[in-house]
Structure formats: C-alpha cells, structure tokens
Design a protein around this ligand. Structure first.
Ligand SMILES: Nc1ncnc2c1ncn2[C@@H]1O[C@H](COP(=O)(O)OP(=O)(O)OP(=O)(O)O)[C@@H](O)[C@H]1O
Ligand SMILES: [Mg+2]
Length: 466
C-alpha cells in the first residue's frame, strides 16, 4: 500500500453505532486517520495507547458525558483539540463546554459540509500550534545540525558549542559512546567552517592495521615498503585545506601517536620513504569512545598528544540519559523508514514507546534507528505495538520489571533472548562478570563462556570496522 500522508488523526466518541459508522466513512474519505469508540472509558483507553490530533465526542452518552472526557483530556494536555457534538436544543451545555476549553461544537443532526469545514478549521489551528512549537524550538536551539535531533539540555549544549567553534581552526575532540552521533558532529563542524568547500576525510584508526596507518595518514613513496608499487598521497595531503576526522583515536598505537604529534607541532608531514616535508593544512577533529584520561594513566595514550587534540572538547551524552529525545528520534525514524519502505506506519503506541524509553540503548541512536527500521517492517497495523519490537527490547523490559515472560504463540528466538538478558545483567553489574553471574543464576565460568559465545563486549571497547 502506498504511504499516503494522512491529513491528521481523529478519535470519534459516540454511543450510537450508526452515528459512528457514518462519521467514520465520511472522515476516512476526507483523508483523516480515524478511530471510533462507544464511550468515555474506551476513549481514555485509546488515548493511553496513542495520541490523536483531534477528539470529536458526543456530549450526552447513555450514562457518561462528553464534558467529563473534555475535562480529563485537557488536564493531561491543555493543547488537545476537542470538538463536542450536541443534540439540538442543548446549546447551554455547548457554551459550557466552550468555556471549559473545547475548540468548537457541532449541533446534531450533523450537516456534512459544516462538519468538514469545522474540522478543516480545527486542523488549521492544530497545524499553526505545531509550527509555533517547532519555530520556538529552532530559536532555542540556536543552530541545529542537519538531521541531528535533540532537545535535551546536553544536546542543546552540543549544538551551541558546534555553532560557536565551527569557524575556528582549533582541534576538536568528540567523546561519546558508540552510536551517539560523533561523526554527525564532526561533519557539522566541517560544514560550518571556512573549509566546507574543501574535503572532509575520515579514517577509522581501529580498522586499519598498525603497519598501514602511517601510510594511510601521510602517504608513501614508490618502493618505500613491500607492496608500495606507486607513490600515493595520504589523507592529510588529500584533505588539503579541509578537515581530517580521526575516528577512534584511542585505538591508535603509541608509535603512530608520536608521529602524529610531531606532524601537528611542526605543521608538516613526510610521506613514508619520502625526503621532503609537506606543509600540513588540515583541521583535525578526532573522536573516541574511550576515557582517554584513563588511557593516559595506563600508558596507552600520550598525554602531550591528548592536549593537542583536546583543545575543544565535545561530550555526546548516551541516549539513555536524554529522556524525551528517545520519543523525538523515534518519531523521526518512523517517518523516515515509513517513507523509505512505502509501508504506512503513522506512529508508535504509548506502551511500545514506554519500552523504548526504558531501554538502556548500548548502541545508542544507531541502535534505535535500526530497531525502528525493523519495527516498521514488522508492524501489523499502522501503529508500532510492543509485539512489533525486537526481542532484545521486550526481554530487557521483562527482566527489568520482573514481569513473567510469556512464550508468544509464534515462539521466540531463544538465543536472542538469552543474549539480551546477558547484556542487561552485565550492564546492571557494570560489566563485572562476578556480579552479573548471580543475577542470571549462572556460575562465573558459564557466564564467561556465554559472553564469548555471543561475542558480547562492553560497548566502549568494541572495535568496529566499516
Ligand atoms: N541526534 C541524532 N539525530 C538523528 N540521527 C542521529 C543522531 N545521532 C546519531 N544519529 C544517527 O545514528 C547513526 C550513528 O551516528 P554516528 O555514526 O555519528 O555515531 P558515532 O558516534 O560516530 O558512532 P561510532 O562510535 O559507532 O562510530 C547515524 O546513522 C546517525 O545519522
Ligand atoms: Mg563513528
């Protein structure tokens, strides 16, 4: 089914089935995403599950009142748009409803054109309110990095610092766990600088063997080592006038660290096997998921190089510390993957979102993105439900909440579940095997074996190659 953007979502509340059916047909035809329920209780249940742009409720239902619903709803969200439907001659209660914060009221029997017009007006206002909120956020965020979302104060601080320092030539060290957006920030710094028209070249220090890294960075002359069949320039030369991004700098070996330090200090480089010095004209931005200060104490990282690279430091917080950013990012990725796949998914249910908000995200935003990509493909309806989420999320929540985990009818991927539980336990035990083992009712040896079997490593230590 092609993914047609819906005009907006409406919850219809009316105890008369005939009335609901007519409304649903008309409004669906108009392009709205419509759900209908027979009473206040059912409406509140729906609202626990998901948000609606607009609620269209009958005023007098058998033993409930649309006014009660209005009150409850506005207490939760004063911006919620509610329209009441009143029987002819009960205008007094309609006025009362308007005073209590309803957007408008419609007199029954409903008149089709009037209904459509009133809704169109309501959605115009909903759109304006939303734009206002977006605008306000733009102003507050000073400069937002393209495609980098975040409202958490720590992320706002990141945006502020990036905007402020992009134009300078100082080195920048970006520190953050895997998948927190270090490369996005590095690119944003380049794009915000005078150097933006020149190349941005990235190298992953963890992915290149020690024997090749010098040549990758500085280039080499023909015949300088076996396999050097021709002169080749390195990325410091190739990026001339631009930016070099040294990813996972913490993995660079100590010998190479010394050469890099000299290059920065002398502002020149020499190709491997070369005799001439070539001026160094790049800005260096590096990134690490390690505590470099700790690596210095352990003798794995040169302190003098650290101070050269760490002139400006940007810390990216882990996703689990960013609160409602999970929600914003989830909505962003749902839209992205729904559009990319052509599968119409309009959002995520509240229980599913809650699971995501409570998860610990060892792989941070990258992991969230791939979870949403998969969930969009798995979604059984136009809203992502807990069942559509991968088992590592649901199992982690079962463990955290002590909820007895039920075997779903289609069965489960047991190894995935086990892996998820082990990661969760290790995280809770701060990666001390001896502390995690009792949480899982395992011996130290058994857990150690399983960690190896699944290749589970502490995220900061994981070496990734691209
Ligand atoms: N705040 C954000 N908003 C939107 N997308 C984000 C955000 N942060 C990260 N991403 C996305 O998550 C993925 C990982 O980001 P990135 O490659 O910059 O992380 P990283 O910190 O360099 O990770 P690693 O340490 O594993 O290399 C990318 O696809 C990126 O677009
Ligand atoms: Mg990266």
């Amino acid at each position: 089914m092609p993914n047609q953007a819906k005009k907006g979502s409406i919850l219809i509340v009316d105890d008369e089935k005939g009335q609901r059916d007519i409304l649903r047909v008309i409004l669906t035809k108009q392009g709205y995403d419509v759900v209908d329920v027979p009473g206040v209780r059912e409406a509140l249940k729906q609202l626990e599950r998901r948000e609606f742009d607009l609620i269209l409720t009958d005023l007098k239902m058998q033993d409930e009142s649309g006014l009660d619903l209005l009150k409850r709803v506005l207490a939760d969200d004063p911006q919620q748009c509610v329209i009441l439907m009143t029987a002819h001659g009960t205008v007094d209660s309609a006025v009362e409803a308007m005073k209590k914060g309803a957007f408008d009221y419609l007199e029954k029997p409903l008149e089709r054109d009037n209904l459509i017009l009133t809704l169109a007006r309501a959605f115009e206002r909903i759109g304006l309110l939303r734009e206002n909120r977006v605008l306000q956020k733009r102003v507050e965020a000073i400069q937002t990095i393209p495609n980098m979302l975040g409202e958490h104060p720590k992320m706002r601080e990141v945006f502020r610092v990036v905007a402020k320092i992009a134009a300078s030539t100082s080195t920048v060290l970006i520190v953050g766990e895997s998948g927190t957006g270090k490369e996005l920030v590095a690119r944003a710094i380049h794009d915000g600088s005078q150097r933006r028209a020149r190349p941005f070249l990235a190298i992953n220090c963890a992915a290149i063997p020690d024997t090749l890294i010098e040549s990758e960075l500085f280039g080499h002359e023909k015949g300088s080592f076996t396999g050097a069949n021709a002169r080749e320039i390195g990325i410091f030369e190739a990026a001339g006038g631009g930016t070099v991004f040294l990813d996972e700098i913490g993995e660079m070996n100590v010998a190479m660290q010394a050469k890099l330090l000299r290059a920065i200090q002398e502002k020149e480089i020499r190709r491997v096997g070369g005799k001439v010095n070539i001026p160094l004209d790049v800005r260096i931005v590096s990134a690490t998921n390690k505590e470099l200060e700790q690596e210095i104490r352990r003798g794995n990282f040169r302190e003098d190089l650290f101070y050269r690279l760490n002139v400006i430091r940007i810390n990216l917080p882990p996703l689990r510390e960013r609160g409602s950013d999970v929600k914003i990012l989830t909505e962003f990725f749902v839209k992205k993957y729904s559009q990319a796949s052509g599968i119409a998914v309009d959002g995520i249910s509240r229980p599913a979102l809650k699971l995501l908000m409570n998860y610990i995200w060892p792989g941070n935003v990258r992991q969230l993105e791939s979870v949403i990509e998969r969930s969009v493909l798995m979604a059984e309806s136009n809203y992502i439900e807990p069942e559509d989420l991968p088992v590592e999320i649901t199992a982690a929540s079962a463990l955290a909440g002590g909820i007895p985990f039920e075997l779903p009818p289609e069965g489960i991927a047991f190894e995935e579940l086990e892996k998820g539980l082990i990661i969760k336990a290790m995280e809770r035990a701060e990666w001390v095997i001896g502390k995690a083992a009792p949480l899982l009712g395992m011996s130290y040896k058994t857990l150690q074996y399983r960690l190896e079997k699944f290749g589970i490593e502490r995220p900061e230590r994981r070496n990734k190659s691209y």
